[in-house]
Design a protein around this ligand. Sequence first.
Ligand SMILES: NC(=O)c1ccc[n+]([C@@H]2O[C@H](COP(=O)([O-])OP(=O)(O)OC[C@H]3O[C@@H](n4cnc5c(N)ncnc54)[C@H](O)[C@@H]3O)[C@@H](O)[C@H]2O)c1
Length: 312
Amino acid sequence: MRCLVTGAAGFIGSHLCERLLADGHAVVGVDAFTNYYARSLKERNLARCRDHAAFALRELDLADGAPPDLLDGVEIVFHLAAMPGLVRSWTHFDDYNRCNVVATHRLLEGLKGSKTLKKLVYASTSSVYGRYASGDESLPTKPSSPYGITKLAGEQLCRVYADEFGVPNVVLRFFSVYGPRQRPDMGLNHFIDAILNGKPIRLTGDGMHVRGNTFVHDCVDAVVKSTAALPGETFNLGGGELITVIEAIRKIERLSGKAAIIERHPPRNGDQLATGADVGKLFRHLGWKPTTSMDDGLAQQIEWQKSVGVSA
Ligand SMILES: NC(=O)c1ccc[n+]([C@@H]2O[C@H](COP(=O)([O-])OP(=O)(O)OC[C@H]3O[C@@H](n4cnc5c(N)ncnc54)[C@H](O)[C@@H]3O)[C@@H](O)[C@H]2O)c1
């Protein structure tokens, strides 16, 4: 199949491209190389795809519009491009609006009337639920940050373009994803980097926040399976072990054989207090379950961070 992956140079997008190529699909990747984190890290994410004959990269900003030739003949669109992370969304609202709302709108406009499109998969987030994202898809959406608000707006755009213009889509609400290539702003990357390199961990809040972490290969597997879902469905994509932030730090200490230096800081505005996906619907509809234990997944992320050195 001919697939388009937006956000292809990102953490999850690059793993998804590799999986699709391994499955024998032709993949066009789109990325604007936004400055949320260093371009060099995104180039490194893409290294394996670049060598593949069935892969092509288009460097462009979707908020400027999706060129028609980009979408010609595309059967599946995986829309992962976004400005992620909630902290910066308080101070850089326009960037979040541009990358999460405007870019999604332009992509949907481009797909209107497509004769080849079978499915658009929209990568949403547990942040649409707000402070307590624990439960199934019937939880009320009450985002507690501009990030969550803009991602929810993207979901709503997908729904409207399905209802009014027949753009078939599925929404996946990702919960915290981890593994090799995890973004440098994310908690586990920061903790591993600090522990491996003898730096203090900036721990915001009391460390008792609960997180359900999903290993990136499990996440990508669900993304691929979701192409078979009924259009118009929304799924939580998470699962995996529920552990507190402090427990995660203790696990990293044990797996790396090094001690953490913890520096306490006040909680941040909009922080999610508990995330834990009920993924029963993904299992019932698509037979998906996460299979990687937190110990295995963290060990892989630690090995990767050792191999690439200090985070940017
Ligand atoms: N990583 C997680 O734990 C997590 C959790 C919930 C939701 N998500 C969602 O998953 C998706 C991927 O997240 P990630 O962690 O891989 O992030 P990432 O920042 O590593 O990847 C996103 C990529 O999108 C690109 N991009 C942003 N705006 C663009 C635009 N306007 N045009 C073209 N490219 C653009 C960026 O350059 C980046 O490479 C995002 O939609 C995010 O909201 C991720």
